[in-house]
Design a protein around this ligand. Sequence first.
Ligand SMILES: [Zn+2]
Ligand SMILES: [Zn+2]
Length: 168
Amino acid sequence: MSMVSALSASQWAMPTPAWAKPHRQIRNDEIVAMTESASGSCLCGTVRFEISGGFEKFFLCHCSLCRKGSGSAHAANLVLTTARLNWLSGQDCVRTYRVPESRHERNFCDQCGSALPGVHANGAFVVVPAGSVDSAIGIRPDAHICLASRAEWDADLQDVPGFAGLPG
Ligand SMILES: [Zn+2]
Ligand SMILES: [Zn+2]
């Protein structure tokens, strides 16, 4: 039996990214990062969570699903493969929506709608919306991804005027 035929149809359709494979060798710098922890919450404060371990990847995804789900130009997602997600409160208010026939999932608070972390690919990795994190994140985004599907207004945004607070 070949490797391909050993996979189920759904696994073949939704390959786990190479950076999210479990049981890989952990680098020394990741062991240092694993001693870190972060905390986060939703807008209404019902849901609170803690991440034990460091963030590994940070992607700004401009795909149409992330734009729709976030209501913005892109999602800002932290990815962890070795860290642990612990719900501190409000876990029963966490809902998951999966876009049919895709692997796109969105976790959110059923009280306020805020984006929340979720476990993906049978526990292979955890995705944490950067905006849900209350503590320092400590890493810069690694990349903008799915730029081919970005919004038509999402270009040269560094040239748009900025204000420290609301415009006067
Ligand atoms: Zn909430
Ligand atoms: Zn996306």
